[in-house]
Design a protein around this ligand. Structure first.
Ligand SMILES: Cc1cc2nc3c(=O)[nH]c(=O)nc-3n(C[C@H](O)[C@H](O)[C@H](O)COP(=O)(O)OP(=O)(O)OC[C@H]3O[C@@H](n4cnc5c(N)ncnc54)[C@H](O)[C@@H]3O)c2cc1C
Length: 386
């Protein structure tokens, strides 16, 4: 059972109140207008949400991974897009804390903690996101060896128009064998040679932008390599993705919670054949199954978060949490539509949004097919479940 400190329980409660009072009343309008939630993001800055992963001396209020997961779930319960607005940001903060040079940490982390600087990560390319080692974005040492020239393209990069810092996964040695030894993370900013070429139209995850980025002769300084040493980027990013997968799993829990809450409420209000519909066994069974799988998903997320907090690698646990929670969110979102009948298909209710948002957690941060692959490899490497 996860035990948060009193301070951490207060953090989660503060975000829950924010979601209930300030997010849920406006979310449907923002969603359908596909409006960037400027005011809500400002409030998230004030609440310290962007600094949750930044420790002293750069930040003030870092929280444990279980607390971070619960905050993420609360935000996603209000609007998955809000959790998305701080997801990549947190992964980049964790990367800087774990691997950055002191200079990189001092430069970026204080402003990331306040949300003044927001960060995202750029991994996926038009040619594919699952096989990252096949990436074609290359950073070559420029003529006088005083920096890099970057060429290539990335796609689906969320928050990239509004993020000042982009953790770019690219090849600094395209000929390296094994291929991952030629991969580095470059800390890049917007500037000449980097074009945000397109905002991609999406099924859900509205409000926040997911874009194509084109690097064409973009120049990055020599000290842009995360940690200052080339060839470590793949391993660094795989560690970062453990945070990312816990974050995505927590988002799924938040969406599933919202869908379940709406279904439970509606099933008590709506009547047919002279009684509330929850009293029809088929509907009651849906609610029972939703609550059971939601509780299991939440526990898996907390299990992964606790493992992370213990300082151990948690790729197996984060993969299982992400796989189960996202598939659960999808099923619960569909079942919430069933419970709502025709209203479930209406854009005047929220359940259709959960149904559009849920698939992202199946695909994002490594698809669930890739998660199964990670899980199977880890099971063999660890000799089974602990
Ligand atoms: C809304 C949205 C936001 C996103 N935000 C970001 C972001 O901020 N930064 C970022 O870098 N990326 C982001 N992504 C990209 C996302 O991470 C990729 O879409 C995802 O990793 C899958 O890559 P792909 O789309 O190229 O699919 P592909 O790699 O082309 O895969 C296609 C299908 O083949 C399957 N497949 C591929 N290889 C294997 C294998 N070895 N075994 C089994 N099945 C396999 C996949 O599971 C999938 O079903 C975002 C995507 C979306 C939709």
């Amino acid at each position: 059972m996860t035990e948060l400190s009193r301070e951490e329980r207060d953090v989660v409660a503060t975000v829950r109140t924010f979601v209930d009072r300030e997010v849920r009343p406006v979310v449907r309008a923002l969603e359908h207008a596909d409006t960037y939630p400027e005011a809500l993001v400002e409030r998230m800055k004030q609440l310290g949400v962007f600094g949750l992963a930044v420790p002293e001396p750069w930040g003030e209020a870092p929280v444990s991974m279980p607390c971070y997961a619960l905050v993420t779930a609360e935000l996603a319960r209000g609007w998955m897009s809000l959790a998305g607005a701080m997801g990549g940001h947190t992964v980049v903060a964790k990367l800087l804390v774990a691997f950055g040079t002191r200079e990189q940490q001092d430069r970026w982390l204080p402003r990331m903690a306040t949300g003044e600087v927001r960060a995202t990560m750029a991994l996926t390319e038009p040619g594919g996101g699952s096989d990252l080692q096949a990436m074609t974005t290359v950073a070559r040492r420029d003529g006088d060896g005083d920096g890099y020239v970057v060429d290539g393209a990335k796609t689906w990069i969320t928050n990239s128009r509004r993020s000042q810092l982009i953790a770019l996964l690219c090849k600094t040695d395209p000929a390296a064998q094994p291929r991952h030894r030629g991969v580095s993370v470059l800390l890049v900013e917007h500037g000449p040679g980097l074009t945000v070429s397109r905002d991609l139209p999406k099924l859900g995850y509205k409000g926040v932008e997911s874009c194509e980025l084109v690097f064409d002769g973009y120049r990055a300084p020599a000290d842009a390599v995360l940690g200052g040493v080339e060839g470590r980027g793949f391993a660094q990013m795989m560690t970062g993705l453990e945070t990312g997968r816990i974050q995505v799993a927590a988002r799924a829990v938040g969406v599933a919670q919202a869908a379940f809450d709406d279904a439970l409420r509606y099933a008590q209000q709506r009547e047919s054949f002279g009684r509330p519909i929850w009293q029809h066994q088929s509907v009651g069974n849906l609610l029972a199954d939703m609550a059971t799988s939601l509780t299991a998903a939440r526990q898996l997320v907390l299990h992964a978060a606790e493992r992370y907090e213990s300082g151990q690698r948690c790729n197996l646990e984060a993969g299982m949490a992400k796989l189960f929670a996202s598939e659960t969110a999808m099923r619960i979102a569909l079942d919430a539509i069933r419970v709502h009948g025709g209203h479930g298909y209406s854009t005047e209710f929220d359940v259709e949004r959960y149904f559009r948002d849920a698939p992202l957690m199946i695909v994002g941060e490594g698809t669930n097919e890739i998660q199964r692959d990670v899980i199977a490899r880890q099971l063999v490497a660890r000799g089974g479940l602990d």
